[in-house]
Design a protein around this ligand. Structure first.
Ligand code: ATP
Ligand code: MG
Length: 742
């Protein structure tokens, strides 16, 4: 691999960052400046310098980013080695280490992952059973907060005595930890914390790690910082990339400290800035910058556009939320019509401050027959029919999971009452055994339960236990990496008469639900292919002299993949072929980009959110949302919200200088819009299918717009006074002139 080839198409600062020999390197730069792009190239460059992929750890913020990065490195190198990189989110990397070495710190093999729903259910149960007053949701976020701080208990009042509330919280915390332990589960926070513990006590586990690279450093918390340090404990070669202006996870204080901590711990850190934005049209970038610049306290950075001015961002007022949703749909249709195949529905995103805003938009899209996917809302894996099958698989894989087991004992209905299940759970808790061993003892007549069970229910219970036991037998006899998952899903569907149950009990939407089940089977099959082809290589390298466990079976891998995908929230259902508009929360859109972005509900109370107490963070959220857009940005505000209350425009959008940059009506989707869009798309994703297909269409438009004499055209270009020339001195498009300087 020729390392120089990795540097072509990068600007000089990016090149310097990619090929830096500094041990610790920090790339701090604004949105769209190519931080992730640079990190990816640097990973490939390290490989070209002789590092082995299994000696490199790359932490991304989302599962999707991890996969995209892997694909790009694969294209850059073309030798298939990317599958051997230890690349993923902090959570997935930690899970891999714990699966391999967790036994060294007493973690049982085949532990499961408690997702947000599991944790919530456990805490709710604890609160209810003990009549605690604390809201389970509050308890959950406090538990998570405590774990993020390293799990320390310190909730004392000034007098030194613990308040009743603090005592109650401690009791919930302890009971929750016990419940996880009994079910052999680790929650998301545990994955990180226990991995810190593992690497601190057994640094040998990372003795082979030569380089650590971290994306989105601004949103790392303390535990993740510790992990980074521990990953790199043998060889202090670290690259971080981040942007303080995009810190949106309430960890800003932690972030500032983390960067300072970084400089303190690694005083030789070399910092590189990237100052050109490759993502957005100049008008979108300038509007976004004029929002973030309202934050006086921020450290100023330079960020210059590299694209044409393009179409001005829109700020549109509409009569109400319903009208706003309809308007969005009309604009998508208008834009689709105008761009003649340049875009497909995957190129549109609707970004929301909170997922509660999505209902009207979903309805409007549905009515218009526009396919969409929800990200960060009610997700695929949370759907009842999917969750139930996953619970079956989890129990088959790891029957100690009390909550999953309790959920499926009577699903599909076996006439085993809720009261019976509750009593069984309580008895298991009292005896400090798992629900599964209690059931097994009862069914096999070894140990009677004190819970009264009707004869009919007893038979049903015994049948249920047998389904699980048979499935477990199948799992054991399958080859370790054999295609067990699809077979097991089909087995469960058959034994539980699942389709019929869906028909009988949920006949309103049976077809949609059954389609989802089929989609799950497709996903399981796809995942099997990835694993068997070696693309999704999860194996950590062997380390001599260190006792390690076998890799997980296929089902375990699939289940943890699902659990971690739903944790990161922005993973859509992979494998869906049809193009779909994305509806996402702003939080989950971090790091991503789309040609066309809508930000509805731009009013006070929505953004900044009424419950948010950090106004600066709310401003950063709007900045993140605006900077996701490449070519068209639509912001809108209904005069009345969905509760028919009058709204006030989001205060970050009221400055005169900003308002002057925005279009108040619809954008004129003329040929100049299409041309500027094509320019951006061609540079940011030259291989995109739509662009190749529509190239003749584009050429005809470009010819119209840019006659040979280079006469300037375009609706709003003259408003701008920007340095737009390409670094190499060439024009962006063959016969196009950048806007003239005044
Ligand atoms: P964010 O802060 O939002 O995560 P980022 O700094 O990580 O943004 P990237 O996502 O890496 O930015 O890059 C933004 C877009 O610009 C991508 O489509 C990327 O392919 C493109 N890009 C980056 N560098 C260049 C370059 N030198 N030439 C052309 N396109 C580039
Ligand atoms: Mg990025």
């Amino acid at each position: 691999m020729n390392p120089d080839a990795l540097l072509t198409n990068l600007n000089p600062s990016q090149q310097a960052a990619v090929s830096s020999f500094a041990d610790t390197l920090a790339i701090l730069a604004g949105p769209g400046s190519g931080k992730t792009h640079t990190l990816t190239s640097r990973t490939a460059w390290l490989l070209s310098q002789g590092l082995q992929p299994w000696n490199i750890i790359v932490a991304t913020f989302t599962v999707k980013a991890a996969r995209e990065m892997k694909e790009r490195i694969g294209k850059l190198l073309g030798n298939g080695l990317e599958s051997k990189l230890v690349l993923g989110t902090f959570h997935s990397i930690s899970r891999r280490y714990l699966a391999r070495y967790g036994h060294l710190i007493g973690i049982k093999k085949d532990f499961g992952i408690a997702d947000t729903g599991d944790s919530a259910a456990i805490i709710k149960r604890i609160c209810k059973r003990n009549n605690y007053l604390m809201d389970p949701k509050v308890a959950r976020s406090r538990i998570s907060g405590r774990k993020a701080r390293g799990g320390v208990v310190q909730e004392k009042s000034k007098s030194g005595a613990k308040s009743v509330e603090a005592q109650e919280f401690d009791a919930i915390y302890t009971a929750y930890e016990e419940a996880l332990k009994v079910s052999n589960l680790l929650d998301y926070d545990d994955l990180l914390l226990r991995c810190v513990e593992l690497l601190r006590d057994h640094p040998d586990c990372v003795s082979n790690v030569e380089a650590v690279l971290i994306d989105e450093f601004q949103d790392t918390n303390l535990v993740q910082f510790d992990l980074m340090r521990l990953f790199a404990s043998q060889r202090k070669r670290i690259t971080i990339v981040g942007d303080p202006d995009q810190s949106i996870y309430g960890f800003r204080a932690a972030e500032i400290k983390n960067y300072k901590r970084m400089l303190r711990q690694y005083p030789d850190t070399v910092t590189i800035a990237l100052e050109e934005n490759y993502r957005s049209s100049a008008s979108i970038l300038m509007s976004a910058l004029s929002v973030i610049e309202q934050d006086d306290a921020r450290v100023k950075k330079s960020l210059m556009p590299t694209h044409l001015v393009g179409t001005r961002p829109v700020l549109r007022k509409l009569a109400g939320a319903y009208k706003e949703a309809e308007w969005i749909v009309t604009e998508i249709q208008r834009c689709q019509g105008m761009t003649g195949g340049l875009l497909d529905l995957n190129d549109y995103a609707i970004l929301l401050r909170s997922s509660a805003l999505s209902r009207l938009i979903e309805t409007a899209l549905g009515k218009a027959g526009i396919a969409y996917k929800m990200v960060g809302g009610l997700r695929f894996y949370d759907r009842m029919e999917i969750k139930t099958i996953l619970d079956y698989l989890r129990v088959i894989n790891q029957p100690d999971n009390n909550d999953a087991l309790a959920r499926i004992i009577n699903t599909p209905s076996r006439r085993i009452g809720d009261a019976t299940i509750k009593s069984l759970l309580e008895e298991a808790d009292r005896k400090k055994v798992t629900l599964w061993s209690l059931l097994l003892g009862t069914v096999q007549g070894r140990q009677a339960t004190t819970v009264k069970i009707q004869k009919q229910a007893e038979q049903a219970l015994s049948k249920f236990v047998n389904i699980i036991l048979t499935a477990q037998g199948k799992l054991k006899s399958a080859a370790k990496d054999g295609p067990a998952t699809v077979e097991l899903i089909n087995f469960v569907l058959e034994k539980t008469n699942y389709e019929r149950w869906l028909e009988e009990h949920h006949n309103d939407v049976t077809k949609a639900r059954w389609d989802n089940v089929k989609e799950l089977i497709t996903q399981a099959a796809d995942f099997q292919d990835l694993v068997t082809s070696g693309y999704e290589d999860e194996a950590l390298p062997e380390i001599e002299g260190l006792e390690q466990q076998d890799d997980d079976n296929h089902l375990s891998k699939f289940l943890s993949n699902v659990a971690l995908a739903s944790e990161v929230k922005n993973d859509d259902v992979e494998g869906t072929q049809t193009a779909q508009v994305t509806i996402s929360t702003i939080h989950a859109a971090k790091g991503l980009e789309w040609p066309v972005v809508f930000i509805p509900a731009a009013y006070e109370g929505s953004i900044p959110h009424s419950r948010a107490d950090d106004v600066d963070e709310e401003r950063r959220l709007l900045y993140v949302a605006m900077t996701r857009a490449k070519a068209l940005l639509y912001m809108s505000v209904p005069l009345k919200n969905s509760q028919s209350e009058a709204t006030t425009l989001c205060p970050f959008l009221t400055s005169t200088s900003l308002i002057n940059l925005l279009e108040k009506r619809g954008p004129s989707l003329g040929s100049s819009m299409v041309q500027s869009m094509s320019q951006i798309l061609r540079r940011t994703c030259p291989t995109q299918k739509g662009i190749a297909e529509s190239s003749s269409f584009l050429r005809s438009i470009e010819d119209d717009l840019f006659p040979e004499d280079g006469e300037e055209s375009g609706e709003s270009n003259s408003r701008w006074n920007l340095e737009m020339s390409d670094k190499n001195g060439s024009n962006y498009l063959n016969n196009q002139q950048a806007p003239k300087r005044r």
